[in-house]
Design a protein around this ligand. Structure first.
Ligand code: 1HE
Length: 265
């Protein structure tokens, strides 16, 4: 499905398709390995800051052989410090729109997931990696630094020491290593990522709306709060969620044997 005005006039490097309640947003600049230029990042901001009301989830993926080769290096060679700061701050605002989107965002990763591409993936709520996925932060080799929130989000997934290793030595992690370290939550065969992403998005769309809101909006902030404030916020969020009729119906469904049990996978 071509981009419509409902998708806010996105650049050709971003292609949206609807599958029922879920939008598939594809980075579509494969000739440049989905390098993230300013136009693409502005398009990401427009898309995530104005999601359709009826949308229940987004699956973010990449066209071609790679998810993304990161920052478009051709656009930054002539940046001065001030331009560098404003570009990084815009990436921050854009990736915050993703992390705090009103619906869950699932990134499907394959091939190179590098630099700013990895930072983008880290802003999603879940990551599905195909076997071909590999991760790198070649900023050290390029003489630059992460600027898309990676210094904040990636250590929370893999720890500061592993991020230092990626950046200082230029090593890469394979899909298996990324799964073990916590970059991806699901690993699938090549070509199966989109189906898995859609399956997860549809499953999550079946949750109570307020629970999904709490998980996306409240949980990360509670996890980073001082414990006393975090516990208070948790209690308030729990009470608000329980107070909804949707929660009461779901609890009654279980108690009256109409809901499924929790069984091992
Ligand atoms: C690019 C970019 C790019 C490819 N910016 N143009 N990211 C990097 O340092 C990764 C750089 N890219 C690569 O290492 C490789 O391109 C890949 C391993 C991803 C893919 O290799 P390959 O052989 O499939 O493709 P290619 O021939 O290297 O690239 C195809 C074209 O895309 C080529 O242009 P062409 O005009 O010669 O056809 C490349 O120059 C171009 N291309 N990647 C610009 N990244 C917010 S701060 C974040 C900081 C970072 O992200 S640093 C990491 C940057």
């Amino acid at each position: 499905m071509p981009n419509s005005s409902a998708e806010g006039g996105l650049p050709s490097s971003l292609v949206v398709a609807r599958r029922g309640d879920i939008a598939i947003l594809r980075l579509s600049r494969p000739d440049k390995r989905n390098a993230l230029n300013d136009e693409t990042v502005r398009g990401l901001w427009r898309f995530f800051s104005d999601l359709p009301e009826d949308l229940k989830g987004v699956v973010l993926c990449g066209a071609g052989q790679h998810f993304s080769s990161g920052l478009d290096l051709s656009e930054v060679v002539d940046h001065d410090v001030v331009r560098g700061i404003s570009q990084s701050r815009f990436w921050h605002r854009t990736f915050d729109e993703i992390q705090f989107a009103k619906v869950p965002v699932i990134a499907v990763l394959h091939g190179a997931v590098i630099g700013g591409g990895l930072e983008l993936a880290c802003a999603a709520h879940l990551r599905v990696a195909e076997a071909s996925a590999y991760y790198g932060l070649p900023e050290g080799q390029r003489g630059i630094f992460v600027g898309g929130g990676g210094a904040v989000r990636l250590p929370r997934l893999i720890g500061v020491a592993n991020m230092m290793d990626l950046m200082l030595t230029g090593r890469t992690y394979s899909a298996d290593e990324g799964q073990r370290l916590g970059i991806s939550q699901y690993q699938v065969a090549d070509g199966d990522g989109l189906a898995k992403g859609l399956e997860l998005a549809n499953k999550i769309a079946g949750n109570a709306t307020l629970t999904n809101f709490a998980v996306i909006q409240a949980l990360p902030r509670i996890a980073e709060a001082d414990p006393a404030s975090g516990l208070l916020a948790e209690a308030l969020m729990a009470a608000i969620a329980q107070g909804e009729s949707e929660a009461k119906n779901r609890l009654r469904d279980f108690l009256e044997k109409r809901a499924g049990k929790v069984v091992s996978a």
